[in-house]
Design a protein around this ligand. Structure first.
Ligand code: B12
Length: 289
């Protein structure tokens, strides 16, 4: 979904059908029967669906899922309200994502993620929807429920959705970046991907190195990119690499430690953050210094 304008009409009917998990025939019949066809300009023979069309169709599906007759749901979802479909409670977004992930409906997961990021923005999407879904998965895992498949399916789609969202923004004005990296043994990267997308939305230059970043690579890029801040992420104590943090500081860089993995280490003189808002604050403080 193009974060800048909602009327671009980026959706071909086939893509919309796949996204909604319905057949193209059903989509065409909805258009014929309820007058809810593609509203955006045609390219070639086919008219295309706008982003707002897709949001309204998703809203229509939710109403049907709640037991509303299709014709009534179409009428409600496509009622000419300039503001588009009404707010969707975060709890419903959480449930829809859990269900789609559980049923391994990746296209629906991707569509729900794009819509959630497009509507709530990267930070609120993380705190209100994605983190609760992930905690739910972690709890199921803790209870011994085998949910690897949906966990991998969902977490991969979250990474891809944040990537799409971040690329939707023009590159920030070149400048000294905020360098984000997971510690060498840390595979859990999603909180950093949420932070990276939130920095991209704020127009702050960011260099994101990803998961399991070797210490050599972090040190080398911290030296060469001249970052305003190096933020090292650790989710659990075994992966918190304070030797690496000290090594980067000795390069003359400002180092921050992010995540619960550092909490057992006591104060080592590094700025410490353990939620998205304070990580943004720290990054903005150094980016604007
Ligand atoms: C997603 C996930 C995965 C994904 C990671 C995909 C990715 N690209 O990140 C995959 C499937 C790959 C994975 C793999 C594994 N995982 Co895993 N995983 C999770 C899960 C479900 C979410 C992780 C996450 O993003 N948490 C962040 C949010 C959602 O959690 P939270 O509690 O709200 O967040 C806290 C902080 O992180 C912080 N915070 C939240 N958001 C933000 C944002 C910012 C910017 C900051 C600074 C802080 C911050 O505030 C909160 C309060 O402290 C957790 C469960 C959980 N509850 O965390 C298990 C969990 C972390 N995984 C676990 C394990 C054991 C593993 C594996 C070892 C399992 C295995 N045997 O294969 C592997 C390998 C990991 C490795 N080598 O590092 C355990 C860790 C136990 C431990 N204490 O070490 C957990 C807790 C599951 C469980 N319940 O046991 N995992």
């Amino acid at each position: 979904m193009d974060p800048k304008n909602v009327e671009t009409g980026a959706w071909a009917p086939g893509k919309v059908a796949e996204l909604l998990g319905v057949s193209p025939v059903t989509l065409r019949s909805w258009s014929a029967r309820y007058g809810i066809g593609p509203s955006a300009k045609a390219t070639g023979r086919h008219r295309r669906y706008s982003d707002a069309d897709v949001r309204r169709l998703q809203h229509m599906q939710r109403l049907v899922a709640r037991g509303m007759p299709v014709r009534e749901a179409a009428g409600t979802a496509f009622a000419a309200s300039p503001a588009g479909p009404p707010e969707v409670p975060a709890a419903r977004r959480v449930r829809e994502l859990e269900d789609a992930a559980e049923e391994l409906r990746s296209a629906s997961v991707a569509g729900l993620l794009d819509e959630t990021l497009g509507t709530l923005g990267p930070a609120a999407a993380w705190t209100d929807v994605l983190a609760p879904v992930l905690r739910g998965l972690g709890d199921r895992w803790q209870r011994g429920e085998l949910c690897f498949a949906s966990e991998w399916a969902l977490t991969t789609e979250i990474s891809l959705a944040y990537e799409r969202f971040s690329r939707g923004f023009p590159a920030a004005v070149p400048g000294r970046p905020v360098l984000l990296a997971c510690c060498p043994a840390e595979r859990h990267s999603l909180p950093m991907e949420a932070l990276r997308a939130t920095l991209a939305e704020a127009g702050i230059p960011v260099a994101y190195l990803g998961q399991l970043v070797p210490a050599e690579t972090v040190a080398d890029l911290a030296a060469r990119l001249d970052p305003v801040l190096v933020l090292l992420w650790s989710l659990a104590p075994p992966t918190a690499d304070d030797l690496l943090a000290a090594r980067v500081r000795d390069l003359g860089r400002v180092v921050g430690t992010a995540g619960p993995g550092w909490q057992h280490l006591g104060d080592r003189g590094f700025a410490r953050v353990n939620d998205l808002a304070s990580a943004m604050e720290l990054a903005v403080e150094y980016a604007e210094a």
